[in-house]
Design a binder for this molecule. Structure first.
Ligand SMILES: NC(=O)c1ccc[n+]([C@@H]2O[C@H](COP(=O)([O-])OP(=O)(O)OC[C@H]3O[C@@H](n4cnc5c(N)ncnc54)[C@H](OP(=O)(O)O)[C@@H]3O)[C@@H](O)[C@H]2O)c1
Length: 169
């Protein structure tokens, strides 16, 4: 944002967006656009897209980082189907639905990009009790791999990041 790029963030929770604003320096605040919306539902993603387009005109780079920071609910035999449904809905369904709505905005331009943050959990059990995180992250990772295979000719750059680093790493 300090280089002049506009960044738009969509959240279902306006208080999270307000909190985000407090992290941005006053000089660059005008480059942060916040949109209240639910990109995890088909209607919500379409609505959020229209609001966004009205505000910014065009979108060049999209980052999909949907899910949750951490899940360590325990080994599978201690979990319910509802727990697994929630994990898949949060990590996979929202990733798919938002991709379907937003990918057409960047698909046909080789200078544009669509980036998925899937996390290292998709490749292995991170530690005991993180099994459903592994299952959810693996399904998001598989979805990215499917997109690469299904749309090999698409000009837009499709990126997938497995290991986002936190500050201090
Ligand atoms: N934090 C890490 O160190 C880390 C490390 C490796 C991988 N990752 C991966 O990065 C991704 C995001 O993690 P995070 O730490 O940024 O989590 P986070 O702060 O909890 O953010 C999760 C985001 O996903 C959205 N979301 C969740 N469920 C949704 C749904 N059903 N419909 C629409 N939006 C939904 C949330 O939207 P709302 O704002 O509307 O709630 C929020 O924007 C996850 O896939 C995670 O596995 C994170």
């Amino acid at each position: 944002m300090s280089a002049g790029f506009k960044v738009a963030v969509i959240s279902r929770d306006s208080s999270r967006l307000e909190r985000l604003r407090t992290f941005v320096s006053p000089n660059t605040k005008e480059n942060l656009i916040t949109v209240v919306g639910n990109v995890g539902s088909e209607d919500g993603a379409e609505q959020a897209k229209q609001v966004l387009l009205k505000q910014v005109g065009k979108v060049t780079d999209i980052v999909s980082s949907l899910g949750f920071s951490w899940w360590q609910g325990g080994p599978p035999h201690t979990q319910s189907l509802k727990d697994l449904q929630w994990v898949i809905e949060t990590l996979l369904f929202s990733t798919f639905v938002s991709w379907k709505a937003f990918f057409p905005l960047v698909r046909d331009n080789s200078d544009y990009s669509y980036t998925f943050i899937t996390g290292g959990a998709g490749e292995k059990l991170l530690m005991p009790g993180t099994g459903f995180l592994t299952v959810g992250a693996a399904s998001a990772l598989a979805f990215c791999q499917v997109l690469r295979e299904e749309y090999p000719e698409v000009p837009c750059k499709l990126n997938q990041i497995s290991e986002p680093r936190t500050l201090g790493d």
